[in-house]
Design a protein around this ligand. Structure first.
Ligand SMILES: [Zn+2]
Length: 371
């Protein structure tokens, strides 16, 4: 009777050990620097506030059209810098000029806010802040500027709100985070005659060594947010983007339940956007909708206004990026995993040793009985 009870205990210990060892194996196979989500779930309670982001769009539209060379444009960039002052450690203006239609130089400005400036790894989250000078896809007033609620303001708004959240938890990240706002993105194909798309990003990437220490700092990835606030949000497969990075961000979104917004088989198009000038420096992703044949059809029209912004889309974008950064660059998540791994290993080892010990003890007793 006593022997059979001990056998039962032995069996339980072996089953328990096997179970614990199998959990441990899953946790060991976490590759940090590849875009394979370590924990397929929410890592922190999401703090991104879509109402605050929406408010940031409203403020930008209140300045008027943020077309390079106008007072409204300059007022808006002052506001972006001011907003960044309270949620970053350093705010830097990158000034450059481009020739206007009458050959006078138009002053432009990229703005960079940095967080965790003493970390050696750098991740960049970017958007353009200028608005297009013409509405060529409208049926009226095609030579007038667009409001740019989605095309420009939505990306700026989401990033400013992310900056607020990340600043609060800055010690939880293993990296620097750069919040980067590009001027002169949206004036190609005749927006301002003679200008190309993404002039600001081009100028910044040419001067990037002014903004970081090449010997001690390295770039991890570049996320671009463009037209992320329209209704019926559905991101596309942007052809110049890094596939691995894109898959990981889409996967993060789907894990949060956004299966419509981050479809498994998205429409593929190539877009000459700010990210193309960073492709040779790091993996880049342009998080953008299909603005040509997708369901949000106000691209480069006067209807790109506040009425056609959906707070839910801002939340989907913001919460996905927030969760993604925690997943891959959140120290606490990794510490928690590491601690869990140690505890599981220790319990597993003790259980296994106990099992072997009990087995040997019983075997010895049985042999003793026979002789
Ligand atoms: Zn545009």
């Amino acid at each position: 009777m006593m022997l059979s009870l001990q056998k039962k205990n032995l069996l339980i210990i072996i089953i328990l050990t096997t179970f614990l060892c199998s959990i441990q194996t899953d946790d060991i196979s976490i590759p940090k620097d590849h875009y394979v989500s370590p924990e397929p779930s929410v890592h922190f309670p999401i703090e991104f506030n879509a109402t605050k982001a929406y408010e940031h769009i409203r403020v930008q539209l209140e300045f008027g059209f943020r077309v390079p060379g106008t007072v409204e444009h300059d007022m808006c960039v002052d506001w972006i810098r001011e907003e960044l002052q309270s949620v970053t450690e350093t705010v830097i203006s990158h000034n450059f000029s481009l020739p206007g239609p009458d050959e006078t130089l138009i002053h432009c400005q990229n703005v960079l806010g940095k967080l965790n400036i003493h970390k050696s790894n750098i991740i960049i989250i970017a958007a353009h802040w200028d608005t297009r000078a013409i509405a060529e896809k409208d049926i009226i007033n095609t030579t007038q500027p667009i409001p740019g609620a989605n095309d420009g303001a939505s990306g700026v708004a989401v990033i400013l709100e992310l900056a607020r959240v990340f600043f609060k938890y800055k010690d939880e990240f293993d990296s620097q985070i750069w919040f980067l706002f590009f001027d002169a993105e949206d004036q190609g194909s005749g927006g301002i005659p003679g200008w190309n798309w993404a002039e600001g990003a081009n100028a910044f990437s040419d001067s990037i060594d002014q903004f970081h220490n090449n010997a001690t700092e390295q770039f991890s990835f570049f996320l671009l947010l463009d037209m992320v606030g329209g209704y019926n949000l559905e991101f596309m497969d942007e052809g110049y983007s890094n596939n691995e990075l894109q898959d990981a961000v889409f996967q993060e979104g789907r894990e949060l339940g956004y299966t419509q917004e981050f479809p498994r088989y998205p429409t593929r198009r190539y877009v000459t956007d700010d990210h193309v000038y960073f492709r040779n420096l790091m993996p880049t992703l342009d998080l953008i909708i299909d603005f040509i044949s997708g369901p949000w059809d106000h691209h480069h029209t006067h209807q790109d206004n506040l009425e056609n912004i959906d707070k839910n889309s801002l939340y989907v974008t913001g919460s996905t990026i927030e969760s993604f950064i925690y997943s891959y660059h959140g120290k606490t998540t990794w510490n928690q995993n590491y601690t869990k791994w140690i505890i599981i290993s220790a319990v597993g080892a003790i259980g296994f040793a106990g099992g072997i010990g009990t087995y040997l003890f019983l075997k010895k007793r049985k042999i003793g009985n026979i002789t």
